[in-house]
Design a protein around this ligand. Structure first.
Ligand code: BES
Ligand code: MN
Ligand code: ZN
Length: 511
């Protein structure tokens, strides 16, 4: 990952491949953002005019490269758009800053060192810019044989991420600045690892492989880990996880990660859907619907990353992560539509559609999490295409059995720059899941399919436990081009929300 430093150096004297500055969209053309005063001065105060001549407007996502003024050691200035100029006395919105830093970092991939002269007023800004840089510089090229790791990289192949970023205007000896940078690095590193897991092809990341990665990370960070394999799942009666995994040559796993703090007064449980590949099973998905289904473990990846980040940050809250891992495949041993599964909670479920598998693995994991009586449970899942239709590909849906908790999680999401929206759990949709044979069916009405799934999950949350469900089917995997600090492919959605919820809980500030 990109190495970060805080620097008090003057822009002109800095040895770097480029200097990044911000440009905002003003009423009468582009405006040079604070932080770039020295650069502007070296252009005799005409930088805004020069940028306008080059076509820059200050729009979000815009990158304009120009030769550095004489006397500068760095050869290039990279001007990145920050969007609308904030009103008088107002600073730039944190997300605008984070995105601009990400865009610049991605534009600089292939370079060794860049100096960032973006608006940096306090330690929080330093953390924001650092996060944008580290997330924006991400690239996944483990499978590119002609990529940067290979000798004699082919023309047009992926570029190595920016190696070093110096944040100008930062105070390297100030504790708050250093803490902000360290937090950004821990969160971004784990988030990028979640992206790697999502991007890893499903022939290499099966439930067993995912569990082994979780075990190794847990060991490294002092997290207690327990892995239930098929034998243990059978013995324990985890019919949901076993039923979904039954068709695959790679058996299912349930991983429990426990981070504990001696100063904790609260315990959070995070539960992740970890379908390492979702073919739909016997209710097979048609071509056109399964090419991206390696992303169906994004919830488990987010939970895993959040628990490790909480441990690395040493938060004063206990965080338990549950990874419900299975591969959903059709075969002679697969669960059939019509089968009835006896779940870990004791309830029976008639499987009407084997493609509604996420709720089955989550049901067992939610019930398992409930046995520890945590103060709250949050599950994260690429659960329904319906949620994607409702909210699009950049916003996730939040459902909950508690209005205040749903609002608090939503607030945390917006605060960290993860667009989310509250969704209801309408009681009338429950009867659509009534089954003639079993206690409940795994499918109900088609209309409001995301909410139906939420209602199904609610049945497997222990009595009296506060619970929220994040359906990240839309934003978990970016099928379009990169934007802001979000790459193509796995995005790491929900990691920062979970970490923020853990931080707020540790501080006694949630809700
Ligand atoms: N993993 C899918 C949901 C999904 C779709 C995630 C698109 C990301 C992108 C889930 O397991 C699924 O197949 N859901 C079905 C449920 C239906 C059969 C009730 C769906 O949404 O169509
Ligand atoms: Mn499915
Ligand atoms: Zn699925």
């Amino acid at each position: 990952m990109t190495a970060l430093t805080l620097s008090t150096a003057a822009a002109a004297g800095l040895r770097a491949d480029a200097i990044v500055i911000g440009v905002a969209k003003g009423d009468r053309g582009p405006v040079v953002a604070p932080g770039a005063e020295a650069v502007d001065k070296a252009y005799d105060g005409r930088l805004a005019g020069v940028l306008e001549t080059l076509g820059a407007t200050g729009a979000e996502g815009e990158v304009t490269k120009l030769p550095a003024p004489s006397g500068f050691k760095a050869p290039v200035v990279v001007a990145v758009g920050l969007g609308a100029q904030p009103g008088k006395d107002a600073g730039f919105d944190a997300e605008a800053l984070r995105r601009a830093a990400g865009v610049a970092a991605r534009a600089l991939n292939g370079s060794k060192k860049a100096a960032f002269a973006l608006p940096l007023g306090d330690a929080a800004d330093a953390g924001t810019i650092a996060e944008g840089v580290l997330l924006g510089a991400y690239s996944f090229d483990a499978y590119k044989e002609q990529g940067p790791q290979a000798q004699g990289a082919a023309k047009g192949s992926a570029k190595a991420p920016l190696a070093e970023a110096a944040l100008l205007g930062g105070k390297p000896r100030d504790k708050a600045y250093k803490a902000a940078i360290d937090r950004a690095a821990a969160v971004a590193e784990e988030l990028n690892r979640a992206r790697d897991l999502v991007n890893t092809p499903p022939n290499d990341l099966n439930p067993e492989a995912f569990a082994a990665i979780a075990q190794a990370a847990a060991k490294e960070h002092g997290i207690k880990v327990q892995v239930l394999d098929e034998k243990a799942l059978t013995k324990g009666g985890y019919g949901g996880i076993l039923g979904v995994g039954a068709g695959s040559a790679s058996g299912p796993r349930l991983v429990k990660l426990s981070y504990t703090s001696s100063k904790a007064t609260k315990t959070l449980a995070f539960v992740g859907k970890g379908i390492t590949y979702d073919s739909g099973g016997i209710s097979l998905k048609p071509a056109g619907h399964n090419e991206t289904m390696k992303c169906d473990m994004a919830g488990a990846a987010a939970v895993f990353a959040a628990v490790v980040a909480a441990a690395r940050l040493g938060l004063d809250v206990n965080v338990t992560g549950w990874l419900a891992l299975a591969e959903n495949m059709p075969s002679g041993s697969a669960t059939r539509p019509g089968d009835v599964l006896r779940m870990y909670s004791g309830k029976t479920v008639e499987v009407l559609n084997t493609d509604a598998e996420g709720r089955l693995v989550l049901a067992d994991a939610l019930w398992a999490a409930s046995q520890d009586k945590p103060d709250a449970i949050i599950d994260v899942a690429t659960l329904t295409g319906a949620m994607m239709l409702a909210l699009g590909s950049r916003t996730y849906g939040i459902m909950a059995n508690d209005d205040a908790f749903r609002a608090a999680v939503h607030e945390a999401a917006e605060e960290v720059g993860e667009p989310a929206w509250p969704m209801p759990l309408p009681e009338h949709l429950r009867k659509g899941m009534d089954s003639a044979t079993a206690d409940i069916a795994n499918m109900g009405e088609r209309m409001g399919g995301g909410l139906v799934a939420g209602l199904f999950l609610r049945e497997f949350v222990g009595e009296g436990i506060t619970w929220a469900h994040l359906d990240i089917a839309g934003p978990a995997f970016n099928e379009g081009g990169p934007f802001g600090y979000t790459p193509k492919g796995g995005t790491g959605t929900a990691v920062r929300t979970l970490v923020r919820v853990a931080e707020l809980t540790a501080a006694g500030d949630l809700g």
